[in-house]
Design a protein around this ligand. Structure first.
Ligand code: NAD
Length: 252
């Protein structure tokens, strides 16, 4: 019988919104948490303090997930501060201002893909190098934040973002199968419209009524409702699930 995976989890972009909610749900489920942030250190330290108040260990870790060297340094610091990794939530993500494809610069599209896609790939790579039984690890679990946009395409608003999340869905599927016999499960969550700061740029919540009308449950979701789905996928209750992405969309 091999040891079970370590209960140390890294969540990217965890200083607010869905990532912060995931940190609290994970702490309640017994995970120690590395709280990655990009710029807002004070908020990340607050989330880390909330995790500690729940009786778990936590540390705030600065890294821009668009920069490979910063990601590598972040994983090394996590190893040093909390010990061997057992889980990753690829949550950091960005949306740009609403635009049509024929208005988008290559720089905008590249920046968005660097954060949302390349960042998630490189974080997954670092996690697999630590958790895979092939590399001497004790296994683990990865959850990727996709979006309902991956299936809707988001025409006229952010086709670039929707395409980046479709790439995440395929990362989930392909990586899950690649490491399925190495002790690692990989799953995803596709949130619908969740009331967080991410919508400040796109103006989505300014069109809130139209957005709500399009949701069968006639309300926006909360960050905690997404975090509960993530916590399920992290848990042994999802022990035979890999390569799956759950819709948390109010039926949208
Ligand atoms: P948010 O803007 O509140 O949080 C995003 C987090 O990512 C922030 O903490 C931000 O600092 C961090 N981040 C951004 N760029 C980063 C970088 N380069 N390096 C490190 N961290 C970075 O948004 P949210 O709604 O909590 O979004 C979390 C995830 O859920 C994202 O991947 C998003 O695409 C996805 N999602 C959100 C919604 C929604 O409606 N809110 C819907 C579908 C999917």
């Amino acid at each position: 019988m091999t040891d079970s995976p370590p209960r140390v989890l890294l969540i990217t972009g965890a200083s607010r919104g869905i990532g912060a909610a995931c940190a609290l749900r994970a702490a309640q489920a017994g995970w120690d948490v590395g709280v990655n942030f990009h710029r807002d250190e004070a908020s990340a330290e607050q989330v880390a303090a909330q995790v500690r108040a729940l009786g778990r260990r936590a540390c705030a870790l600065r890294a821009d997930v668009a920069r490979e060297g910063e990601i590598e340094a972040m994983f090394q610091r996590l190893d040093a501060e909390l010990g061997p990794l057992g889980g990753l939530v690829n949550n950091a993500g960005i949306v740009d201002v609403a635009a049509r494809v024929d208005e988008m610069s290559a720089a905008r599209i590249a920046r968005l893909f660097n954060v949302n896609v390349v960042g998630a790939f490189v974080c997954a790579r670092e996690a697999v190098r630590r958790m895979s039984t092939r590399h001497g690890g004790r296994g683990g679990v990865i959850v990727n934040l996709s979006s309902a946009a991956a299936r809707l395409g988001s025409p006229g608003i952010y086709v670039d973002y929707a395409a980046s999340k479709a790439a995440i869905d395929n990362l989930t599927l392909g990586l899950a199968r690649e490491v399925a016999d190495e002790g690692i499960r990989v799953n995803g969550v596709r949130p619908g419209i969740i009331a967080t700061d991410i919508h400040a740029a796109s103006g989505m919540l300014q069109r809130a009524q139209a957005a709500v009308d399009a949701i069968p449950m006639k309300r926006l979701g909360t960050a905690d409702e997404v975090a509960q789905a993530v916590a399920f996928l992290l848990s042994d209750a999802a022990g035979y699930m890999t390569g799956a992405t759950l819709d948390v969309t109010g039926g949208r």
